[in-house]
Design a protein around this ligand. Structure first.
Ligand code: ADP
Ligand code: MG
Length: 605
């Protein structure tokens, strides 16, 4: 709770103080009004009343009434402003924490992603609600004490009666709130499933299959079933609440009624004044409603605090990969990169993906990595960029373990096209420019265009309705451009844009290309690989491709099978060895020849 309050304080301490003052005044106003009413009535009932005093009391009453009307609006404004600021601050801190995650493991952990989602929700809401809860608690206490204090002056017995009548209300409301918190927790998974189905039914990417396979009705039934389950739980809770609160209402009415009869009788006997009656009535209703409101706010804040824990855990989480306390600098690559007996698995429950990989990428040489789907090629790339650490063995940069370096500095020396590269819902210029944010910010359009030309993306972009300013998306960003001017690219076109992004990074120490041409047509692929060959000459690079024709002139070809290096050498050596590579190469070459022999099937993949 302290953490939530600290966050609210940092978001705007003077707002918090303002809210505290407003809340205090708000708490005092009704008590004052009730007390003043009593005094007015007593004054009027007394023989020979003092007009001046009455006027003064009346003015006081009007002031208290005005305060009661105005203060809630002021409090609401302050509370909203606090909520806005906390929302901004907490979101920024949350994603700053996410940015600090060095590796990928957290993003692949569903439990963590769920927590992140809850953290996003609660980070912005909780502090403001806790603030409201604390202040309501404070003001409620002041109100209750004020009423009781006034009553004690008149009759201690009356104060006791009012206090006792509130106890069952308090207990019942607290139990209700605890049940409600448990309910929210219990139906959390049900609601998450419902959201999943709902989003799936409205997803563009799913729409094709949903229609062709006729899946929609099935998913809709599942969505409805989850909602029914949640509704049933809520209904049961609401009915319980209805029963409890009706009972409490009757009880309170009975207590108030009995008290009233007693007070009226006492007044008739002259032991109490007319003013005392009005004070009693005001105090009973005031105390009871203050307590109910207080318990509700506190329980709401309590529920929120349970959620806020997720926020705290994300913001305070340990680094996912050990970061060297004093990282070694990452000098320009001189000798090369070495995998030394690297063992890796995604988690202890997963099988080994890399089993003792030994591999050298010498400086200034092009290395090609080939192997079946699932052999571990993309995993090797991720280790090279230190998205994960090996479980055994090490990846060395000029002999220095990657773990001793600052990951950000290491990554600045690497250019890459990942197999699952990103398609950003941004303009074409940004999609390429993000490869070198400094140049993008500086507005270096010439560099963007040059990179696009080299990747064969310029012709595509130039043909778009707004050229480099075209949004590559179906999404609609209001105010920026109209929806019609957004253009989604095809898979192969995207791939060239991704390649252009890597080219824009320019001279880096290592270029990694993981299947950079898998989505391209034969002609484009030929073009790209010719360009790449040119580009890779004399540069340190790692190319992964299932198209063996594209890798044959690499300085060194490495064959990976089930996480092990089974062959390596240049094309001629591997062909001569007659192993896996030679067999695969022969197969692909034959495939092309056979295809070429069939009219009309010239370039079947
Ligand atoms: P390749 O790129 O050679 O086709 P990958 O390196 O992508 O192969 O995958 C190697 C193996 O690791 C596969 O069996 C795959 O299922 C598994 N794998 C890949 N990514 C993950 C992940 N994030 N979590 C668990 N297993 C993974
Ligand atoms: Mg792969």
């Amino acid at each position: 709770m302290a953490a939530a309050l600290v966050l609210a304080w940092r978001a705007g301490w003077y707002l918090l103080l303002g809210l505290a003052a407003t809340t205090l005044l708000q708490a005092v106003a009704p008590v004052t009004a009730t007390w003043l009413t009593k005094l007015v009535l007593d004054e009027i009932a007394a023989p020979g009343s003092d007009t001046g005093g009455l006027l003064l009391l009346g003015g006081g009453l009007a002031l208290a009434g005005a305060a009661t009307l105005l203060l809630p609006a002021a409090a609401q404004y302050l509370n909203s402003e606090i909520q806005r600021r906390v929302g901004l601050l907490s979101q920024d801190e949350l994603f700053a924490a996410v940015e600090r995650f060095v590796g990928l493991a957290r993003f692949e952990n569903p439990a963590f992603l769920d927590r992140l989602r809850l953290a996003q929700q609660s980070g912005g809401q909780t502090p403001a609600m806790v603030v409201a809860g604390v202040f309501t608690l404070g003001s409620g206490t002041v109100t209750v004490l004020g009423y009781l204090g006034s009553l004690v002056v008149v009759s201690p017995w009356m104060a006791l009666a009012v206090l006792l009548s509130a106890v069952p209300v308090l207990i019942a409301e607290l139990r209700l709130s605890r049940r409600r918190a448990a309910l929210m927790w219990r139906i959390g998974p049900v609601e998450r499933r419902e959201i999943f189905f709902r989003e799936l039914l409205a997803d563009v990417r799913a729409a094709k299959e949903l229609r062709l396979f006729g899946i929609s009705a099935y998913l809709r039934e599942r969505m409805t079933r989850e909602r029914r389950t949640a509704n049933a739980e809520h209904r049961r809770m609401d009915r319980r609440q209805l029963a409890v609160q009706s009972g409490l209402g009757l009880f309170s009415a009975a207590v108030a009624g009995a008290g009233l009869v007693w007070v009226v009788l006492a007044a008739a006997e002259g032991r109490l004044t007319v003013g005392d009656i009005s004070l009693f009535v005001g105090a009973v209703t005031g105390v009871q409603s203050a307590l109910v409101q207080l318990v509700r706010e506190v329980s709401l804040a309590h529920q929120q605090l349970l959620m806020f824990d997720h926020y705290l855990q994300v913001v305070g989480s340990e680094p996912d990969l050990p970061v060297a306390a004093r990282p070694r600098p990452v000098p320009p690559l001189r000798r090369g990169i070495e995998f030394r007996d690297v063992w890796f698995r995604y988690s202890p429950e997963h099988p080994w993906t890399l089993r003792g990989v030994d591999l050298v990428i010498p400086h200034g040489r092009s290395v090609a990595l080939v192997g079946r789907n699932g052999a571990g090629k993309s995993t090797l790339v991720k280790l090279l960029c230190r998205m994960y650490d090996p479980e055994r063995g090490a990846v060395l940069w000029d002999g220095v373990d990657l773990r001793e370096m600052d990951p950000a500095e290491l990554r600045r020396r690497i250019g890459a096209v990942f197999q699952d590269y990103m398609e950003y819902d941004l303009t074409a210029r940004e999609n390429i420019g993000l490869g070198d944010v400094a140049r993008l910010r500086a507005g270096d359009d010439a560099a963007v265009r040059a990179a696009a030309e080299r990747a064969g993306a310029h012709a595509i972009v130039a043909g778009l309705p707004r050229g480099y300013d075209t949004l590559l998306t179906r999404m609609f960003f209001d105010g920026d451009q109209d929806a019609e001017s957004g253009v989604p690219l095809s898979g192969g076109q995207w791939q060239r844009v991704a390649l252009a992004r890597a080219y824009l990074r320019g001279e880096r120490d290592l270029l990694i290309l993981d299947e950079p041409s898998s989505g391209l047509d034969a002609e484009a692929e030929y073009e790209i690989h010719t360009g790449l060959r040119e580009h890779r000459r004399g540069r340190t690079s790692l190319l992964i491709s299932h198209r063996l024709g594209a890798v044959r002139d690499a300085d060194r070809i490495v064959v990976l099978e089930e996480g092990r290096v089974v062959e390596s050498g240049d094309h001629a050596e591997l062909m001569a060895a007659g192993g896996v590579y030679a067999r695969l190469f022969g197969m692909q070459a034959r495939g092309y020849q056979e295809a070429a022999a069939l009219p009309g099937l010239g370039e079947a993949p």
